[in-house]
Design a protein around this ligand. Sequence first.
Ligand SMILES: NC(=O)c1ccc[n+]([C@@H]2O[C@H](COP(=O)([O-])OP(=O)(O)OC[C@H]3O[C@@H](n4cnc5c(N)ncnc54)[C@H](OP(=O)(O)O)[C@@H]3O)[C@@H](O)[C@H]2O)c1
Length: 308
Amino acid sequence: MSTPLGKTVLITGSNVGIGKEVARQLALRPEIGRIYLACRKQDRASTAKADLEADTGRHIFQIILMDVANLGSVRAGLADVDGSLDALVMNAGVIGNKSLMELTADGVTKLFATNVLGHAVLLEGLLAQNRLNEVAVFVASEAARGIPKLRFKRPAFLSTSTDELTAVIDGSYFAETKYDRNLAFGQVKYIGALWMAHLARQYPDLRFITVSPGNTTGTEAANGAALPLRFAAKHIMPHLGISHELEVGAKRLVDGVIDPSLSSGVFYASAANKLTGPLVNQAEIFPDLANAAFQDHANEAIHRFTTQ
Ligand SMILES: NC(=O)c1ccc[n+]([C@@H]2O[C@H](COP(=O)([O-])OP(=O)(O)OC[C@H]3O[C@@H](n4cnc5c(N)ncnc54)[C@H](OP(=O)(O)O)[C@@H]3O)[C@@H](O)[C@H]2O)c1
């Protein structure tokens, strides 16, 4: 592909769900000139690319093969990116059963590798090479501050030390405790949000935005959940007003990319006890998110696993 006119964005996990919809919405904006679809499977990425071209009438999509749970694959994918990015959307993510506590070759859980570690290596690789021009968006969840009404406990720690956060990353947190898929998911997104706030202080000329799409229907995220939860997500939650459609959830991430009024270092998601509606600074709900020492501890814990 020749040098694009307009801005370049890379979106991880963009072959389905929210990531694909973010790609679609961004492609409808004339200032966007190239979109990298960073996906782990060629066939699913090719299908998404064809859909997106047909939907938007734009031929600005380029596939980068990247499994974010594999740091070698992330580094190879990064080498395939041509020049610099204006925006990076770190969207790939998983939630699920205890099999996600298995460790990768880097010694972290598959849950942490997919949601955070691969993105840390990707974003910090770009920063080290001075190849990010404007904004990085990390996709989190209201689970990172707890969702009492859906039985997601708040991921609170005794002192939020580097060692405590490391226990989440290497899975030892759940070695002695019954696995809780919702808490485990909230913990990793919480560490990701703290890490982004740490980076915001290190790079004041760039923007680091953490955003939750909110409780969003029309994705594959609930596919691995128990049948009652899948049924509720599809048929009950939309009617109770505790979820919104794919276009709405994805628009929150698009705002993270295009809205300069969103402040760097802030984690934006729904208001307290909500999973939809306007974006609110989550530190107003969970003040630990604004604690600079905790942010630094998250960064230190992550870097215990990125040296290889
Ligand atoms: N839906 C919600 O209500 C909700 C709420 C809060 C936060 N989120 C967050 O929003 C993001 C998108 O979720 P979604 O609902 O759109 O889920 P989804 O439909 O399951 O899509 C997840 C995407 O991530 C990709 N992915 C998973 N593991 C990967 C890996 N190792 N390497 C590269 N890509 C990988 C998937 O690719 P494959 O097709 O190859 O599996 C897929 O493209 C996630 O970070 C999720 O935690 C979603």
